[in-house]
Design a protein around this ligand. Structure first.
Ligand code: AGP
Length: 369
């Protein structure tokens, strides 16, 4: 096993470090003449034309990738998109039919809840497409089409490189759909895609030590909150899930705008709160809303750890710690912002003496309902 870890202390550490490659491999072969063209979807344009609705279904971490996909598909392909947890989707009477595209996301391709959702969608006449990391798995076999993530095998129970590859695949799919549907106006997205792997590598190189040190200081923490807005919201959810899974610390992710509707009552002096700050270059309004959320929690004594793009000085007066990510397009920031949160969870679990690869009570793939 030590050899399989390639010198890393855990599979999770190895898989976190492999993210630039996982993302690059997922993009490879899918850009042609400056546009995203996914070869597996050749001849399948009709999957994306004449649809009125997209539902993305998944569980756990894959469902957070799905939330990022919702923003990308709505923006680029201009079709109403919702995310449904697979185990909820099937147990009501959803309004779906042949005008609905149901996209499933699964690293293993064997998650029973997700598989049942896909079968259900097909029975109801919906078009189905899966995003999967495992060649030939059951979920892609049950779907009309598949877009594979090429993250390579993921061994650690806590998903990391599969997550960044899932977001990448959704971005590719959103751009592919936007082209097919003639709704795509974004001219910088393809360029952004190609620079993503090196930017992930930059976050790993520049923030690993800082974030690990921070986690070491926080080994006795009992609860950590994560706030995000827009595509930072799913990253807040993912940061909290990673921490719960491997460090057994209570953690919750919120949409930053929800604070005043309840969660702010949790803030007391010393409460650690991570805030994913979106770039002011994309929306000064969204950025300023998040900065005022930071001010509100800081005023109540929270210990604020921000994840913000390089050069964003507006956060400095209110942050106890600043974690930097490189400048990227709005849809691409999540892949960068999640990296320090993965490192944080891993370092904190390690500081507590826990086995990060095999957390208690969890299986890598949940093949029962
Ligand atoms: C993530 O860290 C998890 N252990 C879990 O939430 C996982 O993402 C979920 O069970 C879905 O698995 P899948 O992608 O293989 O379908």
């Amino acid at each position: 096993a030590a050899a399989e870890k390639g010198g890393w202390s855990s599979f999770m550490a190895k898989e976190v470090a492999e993210q630039p490659e996982a993302v690059a491999n997922t993009i490879r072969g899918r850009v042609r003449d400056g546009a995203v063209v996914i070869p597996e979807l050749d001849g399948l344009d009709e999957l994306f034309i004449g649809i009125n609705r997209v539902i993305i279904t998944a569980c756990g971490t894959a469902s957070y990738a799905a939330l990022v996909g919702k923003y990308a598909i709505e923006q680029w392909a201009r079709v109403a998109t919702d995310v449904e947890l697979a185990h909820e989707f099937r147990y009501r009477d959803p309004v779906i039919g042949d005008d609905t595209l149901v996209i499933s996301i699964s690293q293993s391709g064997e998650t029973m809840d997700t598989l049942m959702a896909v079968k259900y969608a097909r029975e109801r006449g919906a078009r189905t497409l899966s995003i999967c990391n495992t060649q030939g798995a059951t979920i892609p076999r049950e779907s009309d089409a598949v877009v594979y993530t090429h993250a390579g095998p993921e061994v650690a129970v806590a998903s990391t490189k599969a997550f960044s590859a899932q977001i990448t695949a959704l971005l590719l799919l959103g751009l592919h759909m936007g082209r097919v549907r003639s709704t795509l106006t974004d001219t910088t997205a393809v360029e952004e895609l190609s620079t993503l792997p090196e930017k992930i590598a930059q976050v790993l190189a520049e923030e690993n030590e800082h974030v690990s040190q921070l986690a070491g200081w926080m080994a006795d923490t009992r609860s950590v909150l994560f706030l995000g807005r827009h595509v930072g919201y799913p990253i807040a959810l993912e940061g909290a899930l990673k921490l719960k899974e491997i460090s057994y610390i209570h953690a919750e992710g919120f949409a930053a705008g929800e604070l005043k509707h309840g969660p702010i009552a949790l803030i007391e002096p010393g409460q650690p709160v991570f805030v994913i700050v979106p770039s002011p270059r994309h929306s000064a309004l969204i950025h300023s809303k998040v900065v005022s959320n930071i001010q509100e929690i800081r005023a109540r004594g929270a210990r604020v750890i921000v994840v913000a793009e390089e050069g964003d000085a507006a956060v400095l007066p209110f942050a106890d710690e600043v974690i930097r990510i490189p400048l990227a397009g709005a849809m691409f920031e999540p892949v960068l912002a999640v990296v320090p949160l993965q490192i944080f969870a891993m370092a904190l679990a390690t500081a507590k003496g826990l086995d990060v690869d095999q957390p208690r009570n969890l299986a890598k793939s949940v093949t029962v309902e």
